[in-house]
Design a protein around this ligand. Sequence first.
Ligand code: NAP
Length: 252
Amino acid sequence: MLNAFNLEGKIALITGCNTGLGQGMALGLAQAGCDIIGVNRAGPGDTAEQVAAQGRRFWSIQADLTQPAIVPQVVEQAIRLAGRLDILINNAGIIRRADALTFSEQDWDAVMNINSKSVFFLSQQVARQFIAQGNGGKIINIASMLSFQGGIRVPSYTASKSAVLGLTRLMANEWAPYGINVNAIAPGYMATNNTTALRNDAARQQEILSRIPAGRWGQPEDMMGPVVFLASRASDYVNGYTLAVDGGWLAR
Ligand code: NAP
């Protein structure tokens, strides 16, 4: 049975893997046997060395996903480098915090472009490649607790991550006949750059911690098992589902 989780020989493209959850997932996939193509707006940081240390190949593509027009070039470059794609992880994302009453159009567009628009168009481009290759593929989107809840002071983030949940279902419906599984992971409150502001606010940090049944913030390593499952043959009959990895936050 454990063989169904083995990703040896698979190629995964992952956006935003220089740090945080993206780095954790890249390392988890590499440990399961994957070679990794990392798409980052600057460099891949030490993820390249860490993947190589697992005996896996790592290719770096530099691209700013705020501009969805760049997507076709990213996929072309990935195919030139690795020859093929098996798995796409749409991880890159940003957050902007301000009151809804004063929230700016700039903060709306910046977040929606990377968190939703690029997710859709990159998935579309990769799905076309999967279909051309003829043996299916796996797409995993990174959603959020704010795919399920409203949140506070993060209107464009809530809109973008709610869109990710809906788009995950839509893409799963349309592409399941091609053997493509589209699912999402909704991380809870994880200790990364994304949540630095929350963790630096002592009152807010305590408030959040006190309602996590697991009694701790999540870590990038907590994403490894779930992402390997959704990237592997073990999840071939899982379609359009958003899996919470949240220490029980939503169960409260
Ligand atoms: P992070 O440490 O801030 O990582 C975000 C990643 O996205 C970084 O690699 C970042 O690159 C990349 N990125 C941002 N803008 C980009 C752009 N325009 N083009 C290409 N790459 C870009 O935060 P994280 O927590 O690991 O976030 C990863 C994903 O998980 C995001 O989608 C986030 O919304 C989601 N998430 C996080 C939490 C949490 O509690 N941390 C909870 C739910 C969902 P740079 O380093 O160059 O900025």
